[in-house]
Ligand binder design. Sequence first.
Ligand code: S3P
Length: 171
Amino acid sequence: MIRNNVVLVGFMGTGKSTVGKMAARRLGWTFVDSDAWIEEKTGKTIPELFGEQGEAVFREHEREALRELLNGENVVLATGGGAVLAEENRTCMLEGGLVIALTAPVAEILERVRGDRNRPLLQGNVEERVAALMEKRRGAYDFAHVTIDTAGIEPAAAADLIVKAVRSRRL
Ligand code: S3P
């Protein structure tokens, strides 16, 4: 039995937080962002965690965040783009809620993440970083129960599609 939560997965810049907040409001559920939870718990920003302790330590916090945050009900959880890479996390997500992958055209992703100092994996040449990571993560989001392509649609429309997916699932 899958829990009554929504788990948003997708590459950085696909709009998980923006769309997730809107969907949560419409459902009357709580929105949580796993990166924000980790920052609050550790008292450090994501770049500080990566810089001071390394990615592996960040991934441990992320694993714990998913377990903790998917323990309840009526939560819309926005996960970090790399959370799907660990099989244990994918299992936790599939049991923890309706897993919805957001996809967006690479041009839109670049538009959103360009100049962002809070994403350690995209520092430097952002075009190259995004292209390399996308290649490396090809297919990584395909395990989701539902995929929503946000190309050319407003965040509000994507949020509506999430609400519809939740409601049709419950019937
Ligand atoms: C990451 C995505 C980020 C954040 C961290 C690593 C990734 O979250 O968890 O910088 O590996 O794709 P967003 O997808 O919310 O940007």
